[in-house]
Structure formats: structure tokens, C-alpha cells
Design a protein around this ligand. Structure first.
Ligand code: GLU
Length: 491
């Protein structure tokens, strides 16, 4: 796919779990920004943590991004796992030689060094620093070794060294002009010489991120606020290579309803959970977009097209956003009710299939039933209980129904119901009301003695669905058959 601008925005997940709603929001903002400015949306996989990264997680996250409709033009292809695009490979585990080359360059220019400190020595240094009230920075005796000396030592030594970045000794101020937070100032003294390449040869996040963002010509980086503190180290690396920095936007934290950081304790946090619970991708995008951004037209319901049109960085909000499930349901219900009935019916198929429902194939019936039911639906999954009574073969008398059937007044009510249904030409909602009224007068019953027997005769239970809505959707023969089954259980 072609793009005509220099805007290149990437989403760079670590495949160490599912796609969290926070990650999805980051991806969405990156996608919207790229789309708005006719740029390129790129998926890069940050999988250098070999112990925690899995192919399964990578596939799952890509599947969730696809479900949301956040298609990338460059990155790892979700079907073949091959790299697509000229700046690849897009999996960091396949770029090790690139990082090594850049690390070697820093070593040669004395901006980084091999450090042979053992874990125990590092711990001792940290403890001492703590005792003396100093920041726990590494004080490495290898910092000023000439490179050749370190290389010779490396050959003999049993300790595999790490490569550390040389943080300049004198304190300096680094300034980040963040798209969300404005000007953020950092003091270089808050970090000590940090690791670029681990002793097993694997580079660390901060190093790969800078090399990749630069080589992949990334223009804008949207990421979670928790990465703000990484920016200082990253700015130092940018400077060491004289690379141009992209624009950064550190997005607000997402909190649960109790204003604690959103976590599993709050319920579903993965995009896939929401998919399975029957939320629509367009509703998820709409809801996620509003966690940290607001529409210039003060709209709460926005289509993807409107999001692309209205999204920009000037309305990104640095205050933490609260993930409000009630709002999400409302947003979902609104998108769901706006769907045309054919599309909605198709989206409900997996739910009906899963429960083996046998529902009419007549399109007019489907549309009519959806028209009545969709106002009671917040999620696609809600359709299951609403449509269950309408499926053939689901009629069963519950224990509570049997109790209702044992009342003396019940048999005459159901018998009257049968005779009136037989006579009725078209069982509309009004006709149903009239039938109920006739039974009331003729059988001299009211309240639960009237409503419960009818409900039992229609749905097999005394509580639940709105019978007046269901009856017009049912075939007369089916209704009569159900009533006969109920009558058989009457004394
Ligand atoms: N792999 C990092 C994460 O998943 C990405 C951070 C970034 O976008 O720079 O949090």
C-alpha cells in the first residue's frame, strides 16, 4: 500500500502475553495518526526477551489487532509471519546483527564499554550506595579501559561481559517536548551507566528501540506513560549516534473504576475477552479512543472514519483515564443498534451456532425479531438469552414452572389461552394483549395467576423474557404445542 507522507508511526508490542486494552489504545492512536496524515502504520515485534516472548502471544496479538481493523502496511505479516516492507526485518530477534554493529560503533568511539562486573559485585556496590545515601549507580572499573584491553580480557575471562553505555559524568539537562505532556525535563544524573547488550548477547529494549525507530524512519512514537522514564536513556542514545529524534507522545495511564491502575482484578483486560463477550470492534475503537483523547466536536459516538478525521495530538489528555465498563456497554449498544439487521444477524450467527439454536431462516422474520430485541441488547452475547425462547427444541418446563402448573387456577387459564390462540388470525402484540384481557375476565384471574401460567405456556418458565414481544415472533403451531406440553404437567 502506498502512502504519500513522511509520517511513519509504529506499534511495538512485546509478545509476552495477550493484547491489553492499554496496548490496543496505543495501537489505535498510532493507526489513527498514520491514517489521518496519509502515513504508514507499522507493526514491530519487540521480542528480545527470549524467556518471556512466545510465537503464540505474537499471533494472538496480531489477530486482535486485525479484529480491531488496525491493519498495518509494514511489519510482520500475520499469516505467514514473514516481514513485509523495506525496513525489515520487523522482529527484533531477527535484527541482532544490526544492534551488534551499532554497539561495536559505540565501543570503538569510547561511548560504551565492556563491563565485567559480576552480579555479586554489582549487588555490593548497590548496597554500599544505599548505605551512603547515594543513587545506586554502577561505578565500573572497566569504564575507561581501552577497547583492545577489554577484548583481550574477554577472550581469557570466564565472565561474559555486558556492554554499558557511558553516561557523561557531569550532570546535564535533557528536554523532551512531549506531544501529550509538553516540555519534560530530565537530569542525566538520575541514571548510571546502563546496559545496552546483556551478557548473553541480547540487546535491551532501550537500545533496540532507538536503533529501530531511527532506521525505520519513525516520525512519531505513541506509547504508554510508563515509558516516559526510558526516554532519558533513549535520548542519550539518539545523541550518541547523532540520530534525529522522532516526536514522542506518552499516553495517559488507564485506571480501573476504583482509580487503581487497570489490571486483571478489574475484570477483562484483554481485547480478546471483549471480543468473546460480544463487543463490536468499532465500539471498542470508539471507547478506547476516548480514553485520553476527546473529539473536537464533543462527540461520544464516532465511527472509525470520524475518528480518523477528528483525531490529532492537540486533544490528547495527560490526565489518567478511567476505564468505565458501563460506558463501554453504552457505546457498544449504540453501535450495535445502528447496524443494519442483515449485518447484525450475521454477527449473531456464531452465538446462535454455539448454542445450537434453530431459528427461522426467513429474512423478514429475522429483521422483525431484531427490531424488537436489539433495544434490549448491549452486547452480541445478550442475544443468546433473548432468542433462546424463540429457538425450536428449547422448550422445557423449569422447576418453578411446575410449581405454577400445580396451582388450581392454572389449567383453565392455559386451556383458554389455547382456544384463543387457535382462533386468532395474527398474533400481534395487540392481539396478545386482547387475549390476555379476555382470559382475565373469563377465568376471573389476575396478577401472577394470570401472567405466570401464560408465560409458562410460552417459554416454560414463570419469569424472564417479555412474552408480548416473543408471541408475535412465534408460529401458532409451536405455541400450541408448547401449551399442550404444559397442560400435560397440570394436575
Ligand atoms: N515493547 C514496548 C512495550 O510493549 C514498546 C515501548 C515503545 O513503544 O517504545 O511496552
Amino acid at each position: 500500500m502506498s502512502s504519500s507522507s513522511d509520517i511513519r508511526v509504529r506499534f511495538a508490542p512485546s509478545p509476552t502475553g495477550y493484547l491489553h486494552v492499554g496496548g490496543a489504545r496505543t495501537a489505535l492512536y498510532a493507526y489513527l495518526y498514520a491514517k489521518k496524515y496519509n502515513g504508514t502504520f507499522i507493526l514491530r515485534v519487540e521480542d528480545t526477551d527470549l524467556e518471556r516472548s512466545t510465537e503464540e502471544s505474537m499471533r494472538m496479538q496480531m489477530q486482535d489487532l486485525k479484529w480491531l481493523g488496525l491493519d498495518w502496511q509494514e511489519g510482520v505479516d500475520s499469516e505467514t509471519l514473514k516481514n513485509v516492507g523495506e525496513f525489515g526485518p520487523y522482529r527484533q530477534s531477527q535484527r541482532q546483527d544490526i544492534y551488534q554493529k551499532y554497539a561495536d560503533d559505540l565501543l570503538e568511539r569510547q561511548l560504551a564499554y565492556y563491563c565485567f562486573l559480576s552480579d555479586e559485585e554489582i549487588d555490593q556496590q548497590k548496597e554500599l550506595a544505599k548505605k551512603e545515601g547515594r543513587p545506586p549507580h554502577i561505578n565500573s572499573p572497566y569504564r575507561d579501559w581501552p577497547l583492545q584491553k577489554a577484548l583481550d580480557y574477554k577472550k581469557e575471562s570466564s565472565t561474559q561481559p555486558v556492554i554499558r553505555f557511558k553516561v557523561p559524568k557531569e550532570n546535564r539537562e535533557y528536554i523532551l517536548n512531549d506531544l501529550v505532556r509538553g516540555q519534560v525535563k530530565f537530569q542525566s544524573e538520575v541514571v548510571g551507566d546502563f546496559v545496552l547488550i546483556r551478557s548473553n548477547g541480547m540487546p535491551v529494549y532501550n537500545f533496540c528501540c532507538v536503533i529501530d525507530d531511527s532506521l525505520m524512519k519513525i516520525s512519531h512514537v505513541f506509547r504508554a506513560e510508563e515509558h516516559l522514564s526510558n526516554s532519558l536513556r533513549q535520548m542519550m542514545i539518539y545523541e550518541a549516534f547523532n540520530f534525529e529524534r522522532p516526536q514522542f507522545g506518552h499516553l495517559s495511564i488507564i485506571l480501573g473504576s476504583d482509580r487503581q491502575k487497570l489490571s486483571k482484578r478489574h475484570g477483562a483486560t484483554s481485547v480478546n475477552d471483549y471480543n468473546e463477550q460480544g463487543f463490536l470492534p468499532e465500539a471498542m475503537n470508539n471507547f478506547l479512543a476516548l480514553l485520553g483523547w476527546s473529539s473536537p466536536k464533543a462527540q461520544e459516538i464516532l465511527s472509525m472514519k470520524e475518528l480518523v478525521e477528528q483525531f490529532d495530538t492537540d486533544r490528547l489528555n495527560s490526565a489518567s483515564a478511567v476505564f468505565d465498563e458501563t460506558k463501554l456497554k453504552w457505546v457498544n449498544a449504540t453501535h450495535l443498534r445502528a447496524l443494519d439487521h442483515k449485518t447484525l444477524w450475521e454477527k449473531l450467527q456464531p452465538y446462535f451456532l454455539k448454542h445450537n439454536f434453530d431459528l427461522p431462516t426467513d429474512l423478514e422474520w429475522q429483521s422483525l425479531s431484531l427490531g424488537l430485541m436489539k433495544t434490549s441488547m448491549e452486547t452480541l452475547a445478550d442475544a443468546v438469552e433473548l432468542f433462546r425462547p424463540l429457538s425450536k427444541g428449547t422448550f422445557q418446563l423449569s422447576e418453578k414452572a411446575k410449581e405454577v402448573l400445580s396451582w388450581e387456577s392454572t389449567r383453565p387459564v392455559i386451556e383458554k389461552w389455547v382456544s384463543l390462540v387457535k382462533k386468532c388470525d395474527k398474533l400481534t402484540e395487540e392481539a396478545f394483549g386482547e387475549i390476555q384481557q379476555t382470559i382475565k375476565t373469563e377465568c376471573q384471574v389476575k396478577g401472577k395467576n394470570l401472567f405466570m401460567p401464560i408465560r409458562v405456556a410460552v417459554i416454560g418458565q414463570p419469569h424472564g423474557a417479555e412474552v408480548k414481544l416473543l408471541v408475535p415472533l412465534m408460529e401458532k403451531s409451536d405455541l400450541l404445542e408448547r401449551a399442550q406440553t404444559a397442560l400435560k404437567s397440570c394436575p
